[in-house]
Write a protein that binds this ligand. Structure first.
Ligand code: HEM
Length: 391
């Protein structure tokens, strides 16, 4: 029962963020596995079909009319992973291999996540309450600073997060391309966001991500495009997820179990991702004519992969149930474009959930107030205040 209440509350978070988009996707989901929607494209709601499309790079592509290259290339440039296909894409991914090494990740934990979680814990201890959204935003901002080569001071971090968010605010579920004044404003924002990354690249400092990309043989333009892609793909997703995960864990009562036995944290995070699907849809262009769930598609068609509806079909939050095989990690995509930041995102979430469980073991946590975000593709809370009571 509590798991159902927690799951319903998460659906409410999504509805409040983009009411029309959510209602449209839910109604389309009720119509079947693959539904043609005039003016939008073919919407796919079934996990097995989505995976099949993601793994098929003969018939489906990122690049082409209706693909995500059409959306992002004018803003960030041509070689930014999320707008590439084929051998050039594979080669660039290979070059990025050294980026998310265990050493890089453990430094993110030691330099950023642990100090921020300590501050969160201290605030709870001293004030009796703390805002999860504040924590998630500070941590994400400091990670952006690390990726863009900024020194990690609080003001720079806040400014960088604000720039990244303004940039993302332009993207709506229905946006096909950015043009005119919007495109100019996005380019200006991106240029501010990556100024220091350019200097770091020129100074070739291998301790920074821009310097590391240079050492991998990327030219300045391509390195900046990749960094832009990391910020675009990796910021709002994690800021959206952490507060929603906290809600699921607390409302469902699962945090009580994690407090007794923290070994369940990985499964709980995994299931939290299945329920929330922070990156709710993916887009593909059709490269060659074929069929999807019995419907014919041909070049020029746009395919909307409704991961959120597909994964929601498995029901309420339940970390004890094995995720159905066709859904496994689908919230991070599949195939050639599988999320390159998965290890980082998972680490941020498990470190956070383990800390909540640890705090809960001695001072039980409860949600005392919440405000929803509205009019955004990155559904979440604007504020989620937790209170702890010494037991
Ligand atoms: C909970 C957090 C996250 C979720 C749910 C998520 C989800 C996804 C999904 C679904 C894709 C595939 C998109 C497609 O195939 O069209 C993707 C790709 C990508 N993600 Fe993530 N992501 C998360 C965090 C991150 C982080 C932290 C970073 C980096 C700092 C990141 C960087 C990327 C990049 C660069 C791509 C494009 C990869 C390519 O096209 O080859 N993501 N992500």
């Amino acid at each position: 029962m509590t798991a159902r209440i927690a799951t319903r509350e998460d659906r409410r978070v999504v509805r409040r963020a983009h009411t029309t988009g959510y209602l449209a996707l839910s109604s389309i989901n009720a119509l079947g596995d693959a539904v043609r929607v005039p003016g939008v494209g073919l919407v796919v709601n079934d996990a097995a079909l989505i995976r099949q499309i993601l793994l098929d790079d003969v018939h489906f592509a990122k690049v082409g009319p209706g693909g995500s290259s059409e959306l992002w290339t004018p803003v960030i440039g041509g070689n930014a992973l999320l707008n590439m296909d084929g051998p050039a894409h594979t080669q660039l991914r290979r070059k990025l291999g050294p980026l998310f090494t265990p050493r890089f990740l453990s430094r993110i934990v030691g330099d950023i996540l642990e100090p921020e979680l300590d501050a969160f814990r201290r605030q709870l201890g001293e004030m009796g309450r703390a805002d999860v959204v504040g924590y998630a935003e500070r941590a994400a901002a400091l990670v952006i600073c690390r990726l863009t080569g900024y020194p990690a001071d609080a003001d720079a971090a806040t400014a960088q997060l604000a720039r990244a968010r303004e940039l993302l605010r332009y993207a709506k579920l229905t946006t096909r391309r950015f043009e005119g004044a919007t495109l100019a404003a996005m380019r200006a924002k991106l240029s501010e966001l990556t100024t220091i990354a350019r200097s770091a690249y020129r100074e070739a400092d291998r301790e920074t991500v821009p310097g590391l990309l240079r050492s991998q043989g990327l030219g300045e333009h391509d390195a900046i495009a990749v960094i832009s892609a990391l910020v675009i793909a990796g910021t709002e997703t994690i800021v959206s997820f952490l507060p929603r995960l906290a809600q699921l864990l607390i409302t469902s009562g699962h945090l009580d179990r994690l407090a007794d036995d923290p070994s369940g944290v990985d499964a709980a995070v995994n299931e939290g991702l299945r329920v929330t699907v922070p990156s709710p849809v993916m887009i593909r262009a059709v490269a060659e004519a074929t069929t999807v769930g019995g419907r014919r598609v041909r070049p020029g068609d746009r395919i909307i992969l409704s991961t959120v509806m597909a994964c929601n079909r498995a029901g309420d939050f339940d970390p004890d149930r094995l995720v159905p095989a066709e859904m496994r990690h689908l919230w991070f995509g599949a195939g050639a474009h599988f999320c390159i930041g998965m290890a980082l995102a998972t680490l941020e979430a498990t470190t956070f959930a383990a800390t909540l469980a640890d705090i809960h073991a001695t001072t039980p946590l409860r949600i005392v107030s919440k405000r929803y975000k509205t009019r955004t593709i990155a559904a979440s809370y604007q504020e989620l205040i937790l209170e702890c009571t010494p037991s």
